[in-house]
Design a protein around this ligand. Structure first.
Ligand SMILES: Cc1cc2nc3c(=O)[nH]c(=O)nc-3n(C[C@H](O)[C@H](O)[C@H](O)COP(=O)(O)OP(=O)(O)OC[C@H]3O[C@@H](n4cnc5c(N)ncnc54)[C@H](O)[C@@H]3O)c2cc1C
Length: 413
């Protein structure tokens, strides 16, 4: 049995167009491509949207220290840093309860706790970096139409300039987002649920300085986050039950600002809205499998979580670094990067770690989005422990920013 598995893991000698094809040129897909800049693997990135359209998504993310270290290990962080904000404090509070927990840089012994970046501030440097890598081909705008599994390769039919073409590769990586067509076509089932809440996001400009502080304030209707951005702007991520969220979205700017100011507090003075507000559905999803022979799922294609704590993209960046490490080692040892034995190393590493964070974000949302007295007592006890017991506070912070899992080699450079 062991011999049989080893034989399957040896690289087949076929004529491939690429060693691996990554479907989805979002931040997670490109992180994987750029992490594979060196080892002599031929990589194709297939992205359906135009280059500039892919980079112009109006999203912003909390970027945790581990993701920053991964970007640094790739060599792209210096290009990202000038356009992103650093936060040095996180204030966690339970509605109007005065016992606020403050996480500070001293808890970690670092200069910053984390970063906040708009989509283009992360994606554009990755796109630029990738285009300087001679082993990576960027096929864009190109859409995957069909995938066909063969024992020795994956055949991918793509629509390129209106023509259908077939690409043969040892491994297909799905980084095509939460509604992954690749995952569905492979018949991989998912588990999870839609939350009773939706999320409204908007950019605001406060009158006073945001003081490099991120806020997570839990209301019984859902968590409300304020993330600092460059130019003294802030991103708000406001979760509320569907009907309430729809009603908030329908308000005119003046009424919306009044409601917003109530949630926001007056620590930064008057607020000005910048651009449009958007509403997103919120779901928890974990794929039953992250891998099949010749197929691996990463990022939102593999899992999604509640936006509380800003975890989703960070988990995806960690998936990309972990998969890159597994593939590089296999390639170095002349093993077949598409074999299930190799791909399971990635699945064992990431599936459990992601599940822990999915569970933690779910627990946070349920415990705080609630007015039931026993739960109110328990969570206030939890906040008291976070305030008073430094070991507990540091552990919680390290868990939320990814420093409690297995650290990929890229982040140790
Ligand atoms: C309100 C809200 C706030 C959030 N805040 C945070 C936060 O603060 N921090 C954080 O870490 N995460 C956050 N997240 C989660 C984060 O947005 C996602 O986890 C992340 O964007 C997923 O990235 P991805 O690259 O996996 O997928 P996507 O960004 O969805 O990228 C998928 C790419 O694949 C391409 N594609 C799809 N199908 C095909 C096809 N057939 N052929 C070719 N290309 C294809 C798409 O065009 C796209 O470019 C938040 C989410 C929400 C909803």
């Amino acid at each position: 049995m062991v011999l049989e598995q080893l034989e399957q893991a040896v690289c087949p000698q076929l004529d491939y167009d690429y060693d691996l094809a990554i479907v989805g040129g979002g931040i997670v897909g490109l992180t994987l491509a750029c992490a594979l800049q060196d080892p002599g693997l031929r990589v194709a990135v297939i992205e359906a949207k135009q280059h500039s359209v892919a980079a112009s998504k109006g999203q912003a993310y909390a970027v945790h220290q581990l993701a920053a270290r991964i970007f640094q290990g790739i060599g792209v962080w210096a290009k990202m840093l000038p356009n992103i904000a650093q936060y040095r404090r996180v204030r966690l509070s339970d509605a109007d309860y005065p016992g606020i927990v403050e996480f500070q840089t001293a808890d970690l012994g670092t200069d910053v706790i984390g970063y906040v970046a708009e989509h283009h501030a992360l994606l554009a440097p990755l796109q630029e970096f990738m285009q300087g890598c001679s082993n990576i081909s960027y096929l864009c705008p190109v859409e995957v139409v069909k995938t066909q599994y063969q024992p020795d390769c994956m055949e991918i039919s793509v629509s390129m300039n209106g023509e259908l073409q077939t690409i043969r590769t040892k491994l297909l990586v799905a980084a095509d987002g939460a509604r992954s067509r690749i995952r569905n076509a492979a018949g991989i089932k998912t588990r999870g649920w839609q939350y009773w809440q939706s999320c409204i996001v908007a950019f605001v400009k406060p009158e006073k300085s945001h003081n490099d502080t991120a806020y997570e304030r839990f209301w019984s209707s859902g968590p409300f986050a304020i993330l600092p951005l460059p130019g003294n702007r802030c991103r708000i991520v406001w979760t509320a039950p569907h009907e309430e969220a729809k009603a908030l979205l329908a308000l005119d700017d003046v009424q919306f600002l009044q409601e917003l100011q109530h949630r926001y507090g007056d620590q930064m003075g008057k607020l000005e809205l910048e651009g449009d507000r958007f509403m997103f559905p919120v779901q928890l999803m974990q794929s039953d499998r992250y891998v099949l022979p010749r197929l691996a799922l990463i990022g939102d294609a593999a899992h999604c979580c509640h936006p509380v704590g800003g975890q989703g993209l960070n988990l995806g960046v960690r998936d990309a670094a972990a998969l890159a490490q597994v593939l590089q080692n296999a390639h170095k040892n002349n093993q077949d990067i598409g074999s299930i034995q190799i791909l399971q190393q990635y699945e064992h590493w990431r599936k459990r770690e992601n599940l822990a964070i999915l569970g933690f974000t779910d627990l946070l949302d349920r415990v705080f989005s609630n007015d039931w007295l026993p739960l109110v007592v328990v969570r206030r006890l939890g906040l008291w422990m976070l305030r008073r017991i430094p070991v507990f506070r540091v552990y919680a912070l390290q868990l939320m920013i990814g420093l409690r899992g297995r650290i990929p080699q890229l982040a140790q450079k």
